[in-house]
Write a protein of this length. Structure first.
Length: 365
């Protein structure tokens, strides 16, 4: 059952009265990002390395398991951000998506079908066949332009002998001609959120395969490409409202985010045309979206341009951010107790990442 937008506004008015010092009515939209962790169908694609995700592959990926995965993901997506906004997210950025078909199956699930999501997706050159995509609610957002922007990174020849290899699902394929490492494109979507122009970038930066230090230049290049995209939008419109989101395979403190992209941890430190990262403060508080060797980190982040930090709520502005880590998403036993409940051969979980979200608000006249 769809909740009336006016009811959403009234509810938000009550919740936010202390925050803004007086009772006002606001419209609210939730924007989420989630690493879907290996959202594959059961069909072998001869163009990609997806053999593990077939009924006869190492994951024994059957139709029944695929349907359970869709059920789990759709449950999460329908509930993200519901503590402040009873409506499902208006935007959902996702990664580790095999193709458009799995997204069509996902949005047709009973948990999501009444939300009327649209899909923006491109096949990327990643050799495992995993892409990024944006789901958007067609009743609120009208896309005008979208493109996939390739990331060109190239393999070096040096490797630290002291660096320990990190286990990842990524399959690294390097061009024999020019040493290009094939990875995910960055998805840029522009359009109008209830009449106001907004730009969204969906990312899945190169993994730490081969070691964090050795692979860091790849993610630094991804951060630099993100900055270049944002700069180009701001050159066209100095007041452009830009949101960049994704699984960055780096924390808020890494150079790819802090230097290449130039994100700031404090709103007061964000210069004009700068980027604010609300997840750095969460990382310093010990929060996380992914756990590795009993240490938490925040690889999944959503950042906003300075134009979304104004105190004038007559247009859409950033309100606050969060990590959706409800108890049903957490492993309750075994070696990885407390970690995100991910998929295994014997259990169809959710993801090895927790989703993240932000709220955009606008004063209702």
């Amino acid at each position: 059952m769809r909740i009336c937008p006016i009811l959403c506004c009234l509810l938000f008015s009550v919740l936010s009265s202390n925050t803004f010092g007086q009772s006002k009515k606001f419209r609210i939209h939730t924007l989420a990002f989630y690493n879907f962790e290996n959202l594959f169908d059961t069909i072998n694609d001869p163009e990609t390395f997806d053999e593990d995700w077939t009924p006869k592959g190492s994951q024994y990926w059957t139709y029944e398991k695929y349907q359970k995965k869709l059920n789990n993901l759709s449950r999460v997506l329908s509930e993200i951000g519901s503590s402040e906004n009873p409506e499902a997210p208006t935007f959902i950025g996702g990664c580790e998506i095999e193709n458009r078909g799995v997204l069509e199956d996902l949005i047709r699930h009973p948990n999501l079908v009444d939300k009327e999501y649209g899909i923006i997706h491109f096949d990327s050159p990643d050799k495992r066949g995993i892409d990024v995509a944006l789901l958007y609610r067609k009743g609120y957002f009208q896309p005008t332009t979208y493109s996939n922007i390739p990331l060109y990174v190239f393999q070096g020849t040096s490797k630290s002998k002291l660096e320990k290899e990190e286990n990842t699902d990524d399959i690294i394929v390097v061009s024999s001609k020019n040493k290009r490492v094939y990875t995910r494109d960055q998805l840029l979507v522009s359009g109008f959120l209830e009449g106001e122009e907004i730009h969204l970038i969906v990312n899945h930066w190169p993994s730490r395969s081969g070691g964090e230090k050795r692979s860091s230049p790849f993610r630094e290049a991804a951060g630099a490409l993100n900055k270049k995209i944002i700069d180009s939008l701001q050159q066209i419109n100095p007041n452009a409202k830009v949101i960049t989101m994704g699984d960055l395979n780096d924390g808020p403190y890494n150079s790819s985010v802090k230097i290449a992209l130039g994100a700031k941890a404090k709103r007061t430190d964000v210069p004009k045309f700068g980027i604010y990262n609300p997840f750095e403060a969460m990382q310093k508080q010990g929060m996380g979206t992914i756990a590795h060797r009993d240490a938490w980190d925040i690889f999944d982040q959503i950042m906003v341009s300075e134009s979304l930090l104004k105190s004038d709520y007559s247009s859409w502005q950033f309100w606050k951010a969060g990590i959706y880590n409800k108890s049903f998403l957490v492993q309750t036993s075994g070696q990885f107790k407390g970690y995100p409940l991910r998929h295994s051969v014997t259990e169809i979980g959710f993801s090895d990442h927790f989703p993240v979200y932000i709220y955009l608000i606008k004063e209702k006249k």
